[in-house]
Design a protein around this ligand. Sequence first.
Ligand code: ADP
Length: 840
Amino acid sequence: MMSTTQETEEARLAALEHYALDELPHDPAYDDIARLAAAVTNSPIAYVSVLEPGGVRILGAHGFEPEAEVARDTLPCELTVDADGVYQIPDARRDPDYGMNGIPFAGRSFRFYGGAPVLTPHSISIGCLAVLDTTARRLSPSQIDSLESLSHMVTTRLELSVRVRQRDTATRARQRVETALTMERNFVSAVLDTVGALVVVFDTAGRIVRFNRACEIISGYNSSELLGKYAWERLIPEEDVPSYIESFERIRNGDFPTAYENFWTAADGTRRRISWSATALVDTLGEVAFIIATGIDVTVQRVAESSIRESEAKYRQIVEGSLGMVCTHDLDGVILSINDFGAQLGGRRVEEVIGRPLTSLMDPFYVHEMEQYLKELLRDGESSGLLHLQRPDGSMRVVAYRNRLVEPKDAPRYVLGFGVDITEQIRAEDQLRSLIRQSNSVLESVGDGIYGIDLQGRCTIVNNVAAQMLGYRPEEMIGRNMHELIHHSRVDGTYYPSNECPVEGSLKNRNSMRVANEVFWRKDGSCFPVEYVARPLIEAIDPAISQVETAAANDTLALQSSTGVQITPLHTATSGAPANPRAQARAVGVVVAFTDISERNQLDRMKDEFISTVSHELRTPLTSLRAALGLIGGGALQDRPEKMKQMMDIAIGNTDRLVRLVNDILDLERIGSGKAELHAIQCNISELFDRATQLLQATAHKANVRFRMEPNDVTVWADPDRILQTLTNLLSNAVKFSPAAANLPSEIRLTASYISPDEALIEIEDHGRGIPVDKLQQIFERFKQVDASDSRAMGGTGLGLAICRSIVHQHGGHIWATSVLGEGSTFHFTLPTHPHGHIR
Ligand code: ADP
């Protein structure tokens, strides 16, 4: 007998674990082996057992009902396990381990025991196949062989169980994997069918092996119709098949992942554009097993993109082609984009401008406005105003802009700006303003009255001169119908219909009119004779010319006024027709320039009168002269010397008179026209009185007239010769018109006095016939005499007082007469006392 070592015990345990007997159900095969063992050994009972640490486990039994576990020392299992071959106890009664009771087992007592160890394929003894008999005996050699063979069968059965168990485990594992795989597959399918993307899986030949739900929806085909088919059989449009096959080949040959777009023809014949991303699924050997393509339907997107591209291109064209500045800038004023035209406005190229601050394009004077502008944009979302650009060459452009803050959902805010170059417009406006100023100053500086009317005859413009002449304030006239206001009646008071008015005529005919014999009516109801020029305002109408060129701006408004003032305000003078030959013109109003010709009429009358008077005055002495000389020349008086002398005296007298007359006329003309210069000095009036009275002494004596002088030490600032001429004129008149009384001499008083520090008054008083009150002013006019006979009777020319008045006026003084008829007259005149004496 060999003892069980620890080592063998552990090896046995390991072997038993290998067989995992606990996990196995009862195997009837071990009962069968036990029955066979009992049979071949002629034993009543037999069993198969394994030796476990806690006891003996009966695997199969014959001839008894086994307990699950038997105590180790109950049966001689341990000895059998350790035995080398079949272990026998021939008679237990004789064995010291058992004694007379034999081997007690299963309620009985046995004398004989024979057991063969059960060995694993690695020769580890794990249990035994034993037989028991109630009688003592030995096993025959064949029985021993049989028992050993049967114990091998136990091992074989155990091994088989292990195998079976292993196989079952493997099967279960495989089944688990398969289940997991199925689940995974279902999951993938579900995922594939729920995702919106198109997923198609191809085998390496290009046949469809998966076609997800999204593909079915887009294509209109059921996956069952396509599985196993090539994509080009149904889906790929015919013309695209070659390129499709080519790209499929590329992917299959390893050129992946790859992205491409192609068209599908859907079941209903429509075309879809799909954007694909394809990759290959490789097997363990690195060979391509499947090609997986995922795609999205981009048909709508591409259409949208292309229409966006188109509209973008359109907008770009509009922006680039626009004659305005279009730009964007960020909230710091840095330019993000700008069109060509905009960059050119700043005198730069687009690439020079982008990325630069807007201020770098601006006139430095206006840069400070930028901050306010940006604030306004942020506050109001938009801003408009003027942008002053300074170009690199220093020139300026002014852009009128209207900019807006744009707030995209998923991009930073920016400012979109539109601007129009208004530099020329501003220049033109400046020019226009200065022209308006010019024409206003022309309007106000001319002596003529000027007013303008529109097509309805209403006053649109009137200068102060016109308003004054007509007795209105300018604002009272604006908007009023001028014909009805100032031109309603003719000079004789009869109604003047507006359709006969030349002003209206000039509007109709678009011709300038000059009218010289009409009257305008004042506010106070009086009228005055006028000469006027009515000139239509012509406006060009030309569709090609957007700006209206008014006649005032483009045409020459040449108003040749009666006083010779020509208003030529604006551009190049033309005939009044529009500058553009294609342009049509229309009258939009009339400008009327007029002058009050009453004074001129009076002057003309005076001139006519003067000429006729002068002719008359000259003819009278000439006629006498001619008659006297005729008589002398005829020889008829040769024998009558006294008559001859008389004729000679007449001729001489008339010649003197003619000379005086001509001298006076010349004097008057010289003084009146300013040709006779004044040589003013400080003069003592006393001296002048002396000289004047001396000159007239003889005449005065003849007329029995005395002079009384009261010069009062007055001095004046005057030309002594001219004042002497004035004094002698006045004195000679005083003498002439003083009555010649033989016994009582008449007195003529000459006085001088100061009436202010600046002004002296000289008076000559006579006691002659006097002058009627209504003639007191007239006598200072040329050839005006109180009595028509005065010239002949008194030898005067009628020009003396006119000359006096001219001289006094020339000195800045004035002259007048006072008189009491029949008692005498006084002539007064004033003179300055020093050079700048202001005496008027
Ligand atoms: P003339 O003496 O040569 O006629 P004047 O111009 O000197 O021309 O005078 C114009 C007229 O005024 C005179 O003809 C006369 O009728 C009137 N006149 C001028 N002086 C006197 C005077 N001292 N007394 C009365 N009449 C006068």
